[in-house]
Write a protein that binds this ligand. Sequence first.
Ligand SMILES: [Zn+2]
Length: 163
Amino acid sequence: MSEGGYNEEIKVLDIFDDKELLKLAIGRQCMEQGKQYKTTRSSKERFEVVCLVENCSWMVSARGIKSTTAFQVTKVVDQHTCYATNLESNYRQSKKKAWRAKQYALLMLRGTQEDLFTKLPSYLHNLVKHNPGTVTQIRTDDDDRFEFVYIALGCPVSSDNFL
Ligand SMILES: [Zn+2]
């Protein structure tokens, strides 16, 4: 389910070609819900994330499929029991695509800084793929540290917008 399933919600038994695609899908779902996640387990055999808010029941768990890089979702608790954050209410007030793209970039910066460099290029890749005309640029400073990401959105391909 690498292509067609990209815009769908993460469900039990869903298979992702590799862990990065799974993380991307989880990140996107969190962005839509105005939430942030943290990784509690990440190995070849297992990948598990929970809501950043302590004691919230939301979580996604997946297992590595033997002798492949693919991961299959084994458990999803889709309901957040945490209170709505400012981010979520802001999100609901705003429908502006540029704002959403910016928020997603900010979410990734805050929530999953450790793999920003591996995640951001694939996020941008998908963004361009689903929104032709989109211009993206990652700027780094002299020490090769992330400085900013520039995103100018084009038109979505279909009605189920990627962003
Ligand atoms: Zn939550």
